[in-house]
Design a protein. Structure first.
Lengths: 235, 209
């Protein structure tokens, strides 16, 4: 057999074309045959992230638990959950970290003010530094923190001793050591997205709709959200 | 030639020590800095690189006689990229948790200089079995250094190993002791210094290398 001239132009071009076609088919085949499993994984992962923000972590059957807990979804993407007979509002948050996107969920108590739980995730923050926002201990720091001061979202993440003067210790958590930029990203993300969802949070906390309180108890006057004010005062 | 001849043993062993890709050839340094602040990602990264180096070495070695010389680097790159994409797809479908934890690092394996280095220097001239051994050896040689650096950084930077606390609370200043975690260890710059120390020790032990 005559030795093939592997250096000729024709051979090079044909070789490259054939290689590209084979690899393209191979990758397309792998991607499409695995797509269904991957999508199911992604969906289940999203559900488990939402559950994590409600302090339900490491459940065996995510789908069943999700069905059980999540009671409804609003048009703006916020979700209503029912935990131990009490409603929680789950607000999705999205922002930017140091290397890539950050996202998460903030679950808010019925008073529209106190954080019930949080979950944060990231795409490519530095392992061991920024990536630690994904860990439970950091997310649990937020539990019980107050979101609003008056009408303004003040909940934030600050370096130790660097919080703005006058901010109550109830309204911020300490940043992750060595990950200032990621922590700032979490801070901006929370403030931006909670501010954008301010109306949804207010509506959740109560108020009037057709003379009935959202809280379900009693009548209210159509002018102001008297019911919700009462509830907060009572607490 | 038998599968486990002396030469083949040498092919496998030399990158672990005398010809270590990081300590001697100083390849793949960039990823060694990024993923070694804790042990677990360091180990997973080391294993992924080992698997991908081994298999891309085998594939290139099988087709080495047909590759046109002028586009050989492109061919190598296509093989590596295809392999990494397939591996990352399989991880996503069957071990979703692990793929989430590795995130961007799986994709970054494509740019690891060790892979291209081994393909060009070894797989293009040698048979599939030798290339496989060479790939596994180099991958493990890389993994060893990553684990050493990850061990030192996690222990001194966080006081933990694999996420478990090993330095007792009472040693810390908060608990009345004198010890504080070294925040410097969590920075990438410190990985460079530790890699340098590893190379220093390695060279003083192996003077002839």
């Amino acid at each position: 057999m005559a030795k093939l001239n592997t250096n000729s132009n024709a051979y090079t071009i044909i070789y490259a074309s054939v290689m590209v076609i084979i690899v393209a088919f191979l990758l397309a085949f792998v991607a499409s045959s695995l797509k269904e499993t991957q999508d199911a994984n992604v969906l289940r992962d999203t559900k488990s992230q939402i559950l994590a923000s409600l302090n339900i972590r490491e459940v065996a059957d995510v789908d069943a638990k999700y069905e059980e807990v999540i009671k409804g979804e609003n048009e703006d993407g916020t979700k209503i959950a029912l935990i131990d007979g009490e409603e929680k509002l789950v607000v999705p948050v999205k922002g930017a970290g140091l290397w890539g996107p950050l996202w998460g969920y903030v679950a808010i108590n019925k008073d529209g003010q106190t954080v019930f739980g949080t979950f944060f995730n990231h795409e490519s923050e530095t392992a061991g530094l920024g990536a630690r926002i994904k860990e439970q201990w950091f997310q649990e720091l937020f539990q019980g923190k107050k979101i609003f001061d008056g009408d303004e979202v003040v909940l934030g993440v600050y370096k130790k001793g660097k919080a703005p003067a006058g901010l109550s210790a109830d309204s911020y958590v300490d940043a992750v050591t060595g990950a200032t930029l990621t922590s700032n990203g979490v801070n901006d993300m929370i403030q931006k997205c909670l501010t954008a969802n301010k109306d949804a949070i207010k509506a959740f906390r109560g108020g009037c709709e057709g003379g009935k309180c959202h809280m379900g108890e009693g009548e209210c006057d159509a002018q102001a959200d008297s019911c919700c004010q009462d509830t907060i005062n009572n607490e | 030639m038998s599968l486990f001849s002396k030469e083949n043993g040498e092919v496998f062993k030399s990158p672990l020590n005398l010809n270590n890709p990081i300590a001697v050839q100083v390849l793949g340094i960039c990823s060694a800095l990024a993923v070694t602040s804790q042990l677990k990602p360091a180990i997973v990264m080391g294993l992924s690189v080992t698997v991908i180096t081994a298999f891309s070495n085998v594939i290139i070695s099988l087709i080495r006689k047909t590759i046109p010389n002028r586009i050989r680097i492109i061919v190598q790159l296509v093989v590596v990229a295809a392999l990494v994409t397939i591996v990352s797809n399989i991880l996503k479908a069957y071990v979703y948790d692990v793929s989430v934890q590795l995130s961007v690092y799986v994709g970054l394996i494509i740019t690891n200089c060790i892979l291209m280095g081994r393909l060009e220097a070894f797989a293009m001239q040698n048979g599939p079995w030798e290339s496989f051994l060479d790939g596994v050896g180099n991958g493990l040689g890389y993994a060893i250094i990553l684990v050493i650096v990850g061990f030192v950084r996690e222990l001194l930077g966080f006081g933990t190993l694999f996420g478990f606390q090993v330095i007792p609370d009472c040693c810390y200043t908060e608990g009345g002791g004198l010890y504080m975690n070294n925040g410097m260890m969590t920075m990438p710059a410190m990985a460079l210094i530790i890699v340098a120390c590893v190379i220093w020790v390695h060279r003083s032990i192996n003077k002839e290398a």
